[in-house]
Design a protein around this ligand. Structure first.
Ligand SMILES: [Fe+2]
Length: 261
């Protein structure tokens, strides 16, 4: 069997057996439409596609007890989850429902405004899910992530310095500090995203830190550095490790797929 035949007749993830030690939790908010086809052949889709404007996204529950995070109050976490994340999800649904009504007679400026709001709320939804998903841990980094960051930055302390300063650069304003995995290069990138729309194209968020004031003002006022310290103590590095391993596996699949074209 040729390499191309192997890939076309075998589920990609099965071909990568052993690449991923642990799997990330499935996205409960995403439509459960993705399936691998063990009888896949050329021309048949491996996955089905969710509709463009379903308008039925739902909130993912917190993956931890909101009263259990040292240094971050239950009131802060619950309000953030229900009002800010929840607001993004509800608004995304409204925007999708509006986009579904667009016709050839809709003024382009109306579509432009809807598209701007769509991207804002879609990214807000995804980044909030990444943020809450990487909270609830004990703050102890895995050896896998430590090795990766040390190799990338020369030392773990150097990366932490960069990430914390990236976050503080957004203090008093709005945006996200993100450690991302660049699918094209396999590199780890520290990114500052102003608002919700300045993410690094083609990257997978691994560690997500919300620096909007709503994420800390109730507990810390304007003391953003204290919030970053509290966040640091509650990072779920096991989840970050799962994301890294899943992203590396996805990159491997992309590379294999390119090779057989
Ligand atoms: Fe937020």
């Amino acid at each position: 069997m040729t390499r191309r035949q192997l890939l076309l007749h075998t589920p990609y993830l099965a071909a990568l057996s052993g690449c991923v030690h642990t799997q990330a939790q499935p996205d409960a908010a995403a439509p459960a439409t993705s399936t691998t086809n063990p009888n896949h052949s050329s021309g048949e889709p491996l996955m089905s596609f969710p509709p463009a404007f379903a308008g039925n996204h739902t909130l993912q529950p917190l993956p931890f007890n909101p009263a259990s995070l040292p240094g971050l109050s239950e009131r802060l976490i619950t309000s953030h989850h229900e009002n800010n994340y929840g607001g993004a999800v509800r608004n995304l649904n409204r925007v999708e429902q509006e986009l579904a009504q667009v016709t050839r007679d809709t003024p382009p400026l109306v579509v432009a405004a809807l598209r701007e709001r769509e991207l804002t709320f879609r990214n807000s939804k995804s980044l909030h899910e990444g943020y809450f998903g990487n909270l609830g841990g004990n703050g102890k980094m895995s050896q896998t992530v430590e090795r990766a960051l040390t190799e990338t930055y020369g030392s773990l302390a150097r990366w932490e310095e960069h990430f914390r300063l990236t976050a503080m650069g957004l203090g008093g304003g709005s945006g996200w500090a993100i450690l991302g995995f660049e699918l094209d290069t396999g590199a780890l990138r520290t990114v500052s995203s102003g608002h919700h729309k300045e993410n690094l194209a083609g990257s997978v968020p691994l560690l997500v830190l919300d620096m909007y004031e709503h994420s800390y003002h109730l507990d810390f006022g304007a003391a953003a550095a204290k919030y970053v310290d509290a966040f640091w103590n509650n990072i779920n590095w096991e989840e970050v490790t799962r994301r890294l391993e899943s992203a590396q596996a996805a990159r491997k699949v992309l590379q294999l797929a390119r090779e057989v074209r």
